[in-house]
Design a protein around this ligand. Structure first.
Ligand code: C2E
Ligand code: MG
Ligand code: MG
Length: 466
């Protein structure tokens, strides 16, 4: 081939690749954004557009099944379905591997237009490959110009938020953007930034809630619960900030913070002659499944010299389902380090006897939802009885979470649950209040029908230690 022609072809190919997605021939993200900005800038007064964001959810699975050919084939199939279904003047683009964008002329308040948008997404039909059928699974969201925004960039962002909602709810209906979706994400981002600052500036602290023996009333241990007090917002609850921390690396800082506070406070109480046999710290899956989790934990136990056997890590039952093998490995590593593991919120997922049998876990905490109103429900009582019986066979202790009423305490005692914690006995309290609680408890526990004795482990340094 003539060298000049070759150079020219090369130049054209490069220019094409800068503007288009090579696999599908759709505009790439950069040029889609530019074209969209031009489209909106030149819009006539009263003209309206919809930006549809389509996520191809099963692209990765098809890649694992069929390799790059399958994934490419699926992406091409989606793009050609969109091309034939969209009006000729629509803008079509691709963002990353699994995301398709369409800017079409449509009004937010026109039923016919909404139906056309749904039809565009529904046009993506199954693809036949080697006699099998690949069904594209899509989640789609839509945002409108100018009703939702006049900015090209926000229009794309808003449609992606709506698609994310469709994906999380597994909806096959095109989800329409709502301002609240943006407020939520902005709020999450703000929380994340503030959490970083808060950890640096000492706005976090650790509260403690005692775990009590339901037979003797003695204090068996305490659970460390993280608290955040923001200078402007006031207290922010863990149910608000933990899920956001879990989506970033912040959760590691929170775990490290609560572990250190818990160990240091327990050590301080010991120096005061108050022996707390067990201190429990909550750990999220995101922390537990990091490479250095056990190594860092061992290092902290060396730095704050305290017997590892007093430490208990609470992991949620759902973690077992994320990756059973990895979970088993971490459990063994923790046990090698001398640390106990308990399953938190037990009953919220169904973990069978056979799975638990393989792991020698210390205890299971029966979720609060099974304890609430147990004195008024025979079904709940029977269920908890079964859980306690199963735990016995597995040589695991049982802890009832969230005991609020005397009736609930009565039932849990009757069915032989070993330990309990809850507002009925004591709400979580700051570290400074805990020594007084330990001193006063032998007297206070009488009101719950426990008989005070000298055997109170927490007050008796020579009593048996865990
Ligand atoms: P959890 O580990 O199941 O902790 C028990 C929660 O139940 C605590 O809520 C506690 O205050 C509350 N509670 C205790 N007794 C009662 C009761 O009688 N009635 C009611 N209604 N609630 C009771 P909290 O402190 O708001 O924590 C909520 C969740 O946040 C915890 O559930 C835990 O999953 C998570 N969390 C808290 N601190 C940390 C932390 O440092 N790291 C991680 N990863 N998660 C944490
Ligand atoms: Mg817990
Ligand atoms: Mg729990």
């Amino acid at each position: 081939m003539d060298q000049n022609l070759d150079d020219e072809l090369h130049r054209q190919m490069l220019a094409y690749g800068q503007r288009y997605d090579i696999q599908t021939g759709l505009l790439n993200y950069q040029s889609f954004q530019e074209s969209l900005a031009v489209l909106l800038r030149n819009a006539e007064p009263g003209q309206e557009f919809a930006l549809v964001w389509i996520d191809l959810l099963n692209l990765r699975r098809e890649f694992s099944l069929w390799g790059s050919k399958g994934a490419e084939g699926l992406a091409r199939h989606v793009s050609s379905s969109l091309r034939s279904a969209a009006d000729a003047d629509s803008l079509l683009g691709r963002f990353g591997a699994r995301c398709f964008l369409a800017a079409v002329s449509a009004s937010k308040f026109d039923r016919g237009d909404r139906a056309r948008i749904q039809a565009l997404v529904d046009a993506v039909e199954p693809l036949r490959v080697l006699g099998s059928e690949i069904k594209p699974e899509v989640a789609a969201g839509v945002a409108f110009y100018p009703s939702d925004t006049t900015s090209a960039e926000d229009l794309v962002r808003f449609s992606s938020l709506a698609a994310a909602r469709a994906s999380s709810t597994r909806s096959s209906v095109v989800m329409t953007f709502q301002a609240e979706m943006n407020n939520l994400i902005m709020r999450d981002h703000r929380l994340e930034v503030e959490m970083h600052k808060g950890l640096d500036r000492g706005q976090f602290c650790t509260f403690y809630q005692p775990k009590l023996s339901l037979t003797t009333g003695e204090v068996l241990g305490a659970e460390a619960l993280t608290r955040w007090s923001h200078p402007e917002w006031g207290p922010v609850t863990p149910t608000e900030f933990i899920p956001i921390a879990e989506r970033s690396r912040l959760i590691h800082r929170i775990f490290d913070f609560s572990l250190r506070s818990a160990l240091k406070d327990t050590q301080r109480w010991r120096e005061m002659g108050l022996i707390l046999p067990i201190i429990s710290v909550n750990a999220s899956a995101a922390s537990v499944y990091t490479k250095d989790f056990v190594r860092n934990l061992r290092a902290t136990l060396v730095e704050i010299p305290i017997a590892p056997t007093i430490l208990e890590i609470e992991v949620t039952e759902s973690m077992l389902f994320d990756d059973e093998d990895l979970f088993t490995q971490v459990v063994h590593e923790l046990q090698d380090a001398g640390v106990r593991i308990v399953i938190d919120d037990f009953g919220t997922r169904y973990t069978g006897f056979n799975v638990l049998k393989k792991l020698t876990l210390d205890a299971m905490k029966i979720d609060r939802c099974f304890i609430h109103g147990i004195d008024r429900s025979q079904d709940m009582r029977a269920l908890c009885q079964t859980i306690v019986a199963m735990a016995r066979q597995l040589k695991m202790r049982t802890v009832a979470e969230g005991i609020e009423e005397p009736g609930e305490l009565e039932v849990m005692r009757e069915i032989g649950c070993d330990a309990g914690q809850g507002f009925l006995f004591q709400r979580p309290m700051p570290a400074e209040a805990f020594p007084a609680f330990l001193r006063e408890w032998p007297e206070r526990m009488r009101s719950f029908g426990f008989v005070a004795g000298f055997e109170q482990t927490a007050l008796n340094p020579i009593a048996k230690m865990a």
